[in-house]
Design a protein. Structure first.
Length: 254
């Protein structure tokens, strides 16, 4: 009987030891993957959405949890990228509207001199982040063209910007817009007054390119510049007509 009791005691003791070892192994197999998921969750909570969850080996439930966690991370990253894109687009639209509002306010002041054209060119270079710009107007004589506003260039030293001036002159002659990616990138838009080309606005980005939003903004500002030229011409014509009528009146009186 004593022998049986000793044998039973040994078996019981070995069972306890085996159970303890199995519990430790199971606990380790479960805790390690959970620890990885916890580290990944902390990284994502800190804004690191590129932190991938490595393949986790363990119980089926833990592996499924890891796969679900990775799917959630990917969906969250995609959502954040969409939000960032939407924010940039909204920020660009607000900035462009602000630029156009300032130009409209300036035009409402009734001053259609070359100073207003200079403000419009400044708005175009600011809005498109161009480093160089010029507004070229067509003169009365054949082939006559003259720059009336510039940014980032010296009219007394045209050698450095000869290409931009030539592009502006070409668009002023053809009436067709030009967009050429760089570097340097060029964007040239005609100024059209009553179906007649009155000039061109040319912009240059030395080390980049023009986005579609830049082209759209430049076209709108070019239309404002054309309207400015048109009103200046009407004003000059009214002054000329007034002087003509005054001269006729004086001659009739004499």
């Amino acid at each position: 009987m004593n022998s049986s009791l000793v044998t039973f005691s040994l078996i019981f003791a070995l069972s306890l030891v085996a159970g303890a070892m199995l519990a430790v192994l199971l606990s380790s197999a479960t805790s390690r993957p959970i620890g990885r998921l916890t580290e990944a969750a902390r990284g994502i909570a800190g804004g690191n959405l590129d932190l991938r969850v490595e393949q986790v080996e363990g119980p089926v439930e833990i592996e499924e949890m890891a796969r679900t966690f990775e799917e959630m991370r990917f969906a969250l990253k995609d959502h954040v990228q969409r939000l960032e894109t939407s924010y940039k687009e909204l920020d660009r639209k607000v900035r462009d509207l602000s630029i156009l509002y300032d130009v409209s306010e300036a035009m409402n002041e009734g001053d259609y001199s070359e100073g207003l054209l200079d403000r419009i060119l400044g708005a175009a270079t600011e809005g498109t982040r161009a480093r160089v710009g010029v507004i070229l107007l067509v003169g009365d004589g054949p082939g006559e063209q003259r720059p009336v506003a510039t940014r980032g260039m010296d009219l007394h030293d045209r050698n450095g910007q000869q290409q931009l001036l030539e592009l502006a002159a070409g668009v002023a002659a053809s009436g067709k817009s030009l967009s050429r990616q760089g570097p340097p990138a060029h964007l040239v838009v005609p100024l059209v007054v009553e179906s007649e080309v009155a000039g061109a606005m040319a912009l240059e980005v030395p080390g980049g390119q023009f986005a579609p939003e830049d082209v759209e903004l430049a076209e709108v500002l070019a239309s404002h510049a054309a309207r400015c030229v048109e009103r200046a011409q009407l004003y000059a014509a009214s002054i000329t007509d007034g002087l003509t009528e005054l001269h006729r009146g004086i001659l009739a009186f004499i």
